[in-house]
Design a protein around this ligand. Structure first.
Ligand code: UDX
Length: 446
């Protein structure tokens, strides 16, 4: 099939590359000329394992093209994926400016029946807005051309996006026409060879499914963080509780790891957007508000644990931080807990020495340049450099190289043998036996 994907951000690029890999002819469109130029050269602007190889191979095979002009790309295609950004607007609602701009441009250039698919995460009711925007442009030029709008949300996880796309749990498709349904079934046919992964439903149903999935996962995490905080006060080890409840198949083991808060481009934004949608429908989504509030508070927990040990004023203190990205396997810093921690530390007067195996270039942009110039934040070349003369070590992101560190070396480097483990990676009992002052999340065993 001939497919045009508009937007070469994370979702657009993965979608375009994977459809090309499945044998389709894909043109990815982006207005950013530099980005398009780089993509044509096979240079990928994001860190995502496996993506670069797929982009290069399919570009070489002529199945994957990049263009800055949507109208040019439209001469070939009858299937459009809108995958442009929906940044949080006022009150946490998703800003649809880019989505509707693309819809209008499609309307201005459409020549024949086409299916327009919303891939971006958009509020319930957006497909109708996209349809209206296209229709208005068609009417303006007196064109009587049929088209359908479809909602096909993505469930990609950063760091595992290719695998998630190629081997999805399910493919959600919101449609209201048989013609569009047939096209989508043909497009995704090869993804559901073993069993049918396609789930057709109403357009609004599909739009809400995406938000509900992310909000449910975020709720699991905030719930666990709340219980973990309670466990600390009770002298309970949350790890035992996690295993104990995870073994109940109705609860399950996934997404019940307590930590220093969830981040990334989806959970925080989508929970806020769903709260906002509730407001618009005059419904108080009190559970979601609590999920969001707990997460904000959870991002302060690491700082609070340091404060308990060093007091309000941390001038003269140095804190070694392992991990900056919002999770391992990515350089994405959006809503990362490290940002909340480091900003608090700097305000309290501490010097931060930090290391991340992948995200340091990206992370540099997230802090004021003066902080690096004044030496209040130092990015180190090695994980152990970050601990040189530090008063404490904080684990923020559970990258693999941090899982089994050399604790003897750490003890020698640190001024005080304090480990604050934001991801419960280490064994509190073993570390206590080695003379460390250890605090995890829900594992402050005194
Ligand atoms: C998420 C969804 O998983 C994906 O389906 C959707 O399309 C986009 O949002 P992603 O943002 O890539 O994907 O990250 P994910 O792996 O889900 O983790 C999100 C955050 O939750 C991370 O900050 C992670 O550290 C945190 N998390 C996850 C926990 O704190 N505890 C857990 O048990 C699981």
């Amino acid at each position: 099939m001939n497919i045009t994907v508009v937007g070469t951000g994370y979702v657009g690029l993965v979608t375009g590359a994977c459809f090309a890999e499945m044998g389709n002819s894909v043109t990815c469109v982006d207005t950013d000329e530099t980005k398009v130029h780089q993509l044509k050269e096979g240079i990928i602007p994001i860190y995502e394992p496996g993506l670069e190889a797929i982009v290069r191979e399919n570009s070489k095979a002529g199945r994957l093209l990049f263009n800055t002009s949507l109208s040019q790309a439209m001469q070939q295609s009858a299937l459009y994926f809108i995958a442009v950004g929906t940044p949080p607007g006022e009150n946490g609602s998703a800003d649809l400016t880019y989505v509707l701009e693309v819809a209008r441009e499609i309307g201005r250039n459409l020549q024949d029946y086409a299916v327009i698919v919303n891939k971006s995460t958009v509020p319930v009711g957006t497909a109708e807005k996209v349809r209206d925007a296209i229709r208005a442009e068609l009417n303006a030029r007196g064109a009587d051309i049929a088209f359908d709008v479809v909602s096909n949300p993505e469930f990609l996880k950063e760091g595992a996006a290719i695998d998630d796309f190629m081997r999805p749990d399910r493919i959600i498709i919101g449609v209201d026409s048989d013609r569009a349904r047939e096209q989508m079934a043909e497009l995704y046919h090869s993804f559901s060879r073993n069993h049918d992964k396609l789930m057709f439903m109403g357009i609004r149903d599909a739009e809400l499914t995406k938000y509900a999935a992310n909000a449910m996962l975020a709720t699991k995490i905030s719930f666990m963080n709340e219980v973990a905080n309670l466990a600390e006060r009770m002298g309970v080890d949350i790890e035992n509780v996690r295993k104990g409840i995870g073994s109940d198949s109705r609860i399950g083991y996934s997404f019940i790891y307590p930590g220093c808060g969830y981040g990334g481009s989806c959970f925080p934004k989508d929970v806020q957007a769903l709260i906002h949608m509730g407001d618009e429908f005059s419904f108080d989504t009190s559970i979601l508000r609590a999920v969001e509030e707990r997460n904000q508070a959870q991002k302060q927990r690491l700082f609070e644990k340091l404060q308990q040990r060093f007091g309000e004023d941390m001038s003269g203190r140095t804190i070694g931080v392992w991990g900056l990205a919002f999770k391992p396997g990515t350089d994405d810093m959006r809503e990362a807990s490290s940002v909340a921690l480091i900003n608090r530390l700097v305000v309290a007067g501490a010097v931060v020495r930090a290391y991340d195996p992948v995200a340091m270039d990206e992370a540099r942009r997230w802090f004021a340049p003066e902080l690096f110039e004044r030496g209040q934040i130092v990015f180190c070349d090695h994980q152990y450099d970050a601990l040189a003369d530090a008063d404490a070590m904080v684990l923020v992101t559970e990258w693999k190289p941090f899982r089994q560190p050399d604790f003897n070396a750490m003890k020698k480097l640190l001024k005080h043998p304090i480990i604050i483990d934001g991801r419960n990676q280490y064994d509190p009992y073993a570390l206590k036996a080695q003379g460390f002052d250890y605090a995890g999340i829900g594992r402050d065993l005194g």
